[in-house]
Design a protein around this ligand. Structure first.
Ligand code: SF4
Length: 261
């Protein structure tokens, strides 16, 4: 599919998805021709999507990036969620060669020292595993929401990811955090206990802190960096490939465009 046709298709899907509820949005995507993959960070909005996929039996693949630096609470939630909904959450791990190359160049916790080193770690532990998780996918479902941060304020329901050659679907783009919390309570959806301890956005343990009252939802992510648009690169267009020690190149892609959640 050409870039123009991918963008046209995403634009049409965006209009179709807008008027539907969450189940309707997922059902629509699941019925499309092409593989759909939902990547979950086990965050509260991602749990809403996983619960909908599990209860609706939509046949959408659910995957997660097991970076090796997750909170114990997050790892435990993967198992609990599988049991609750009778689904398989595929774990995608970093390559040991990449981790060794990173540690040799930057030190295992070198991500605190520079943005380049942080991007390189996210590249090895997240971006490259994501590329494997999305192999063969036509549609990538995410839990991105407009209310998560200023640079996500314009998140559409569907958008072309030209570098990956797929369409990204954001079925909770218009849900605010209060709606998410109310839905989780009403449906008894299991969530990470860290949310109740001041962590609205949860990533790797060494790179996530609790936020203070009034801070933006993602203020606790890479808090030592000054860039207000900081992301780990899965969802932003930034050149990070060059920062990743090349222990094993990505075969199919797309790193040049982006590092998740
Ligand atoms: S969030 Fe931190 S520990 Fe996790 S991959 Fe990125 S830099 Fe590495």
């Amino acid at each position: 599919m050409t870039s123009a046709s991918l963008e046209n298709r995403a634009s049409a899907l965006n209009s179709q998805l807008e008027s539907l509820d969450l189940s309707g949005r997922l059902a629509l995507v699941a019925a499309l021709d092409g593989k759909s993959v939902f990547t979950t960070s086990l965050g509260i909005e991602d749990q809403v999507i996983t619960a909908a996929i599990g209860t609706g039996k939509f046949g959408i693949d659910v995957s997660t990036l097991e970076t090796g630096r997750l909170f114990n609470e997050t790892v435990a939630l993967i198992d609990k969620t599988e049991e609750t909904y009778g689904i398989l959450i595929k774990r995608f791990y970093p390559e040991q060669d990449d981790i060794d190359a990173y540690a040799a160049k930057y030190g295992m916790n070198g991500f605190y020292d520079s943005v380049e080193a942080r991007h390189a770690c996210c590249g090895a532990r997240k971006v490259k595993p994501l590329a494997r998780a999305l192999e063969g996918a036509s549609f990538w479902i995410t839990g991105l929401r407009r209310g998560q941060s200023g640079n996500r304020a314009d998140t559409p329901f569907a958008e072309a990811d030209l570098d990956r050659g797929l369409i990204k679907i954001n079925p909770l783009a218009d849900w605010d955090i209060e709606t998410i919390r109310a839905h989780v309570a009403a449906e008894a959806i299991p969530v990470n206990p860290l949310h109740a301890r001041g962590y609205p956005s949860i990533g790797c343990e060494p790179c996530t802190r609790a936020i203070k009252p009034g801070e933006p939802e993602r203020a606790g992510r890479w808090w030592w960096e000054n860039d207000e648009k900081r992301e780990c690169g899965l969802h932003v267009a930034e050149a990070v490939a060059s920062t990743i020690p090349q222990a094993s190149p990505i075969s199919s892609s797309p790193l040049s465009s982006s590092i998740a959640r």
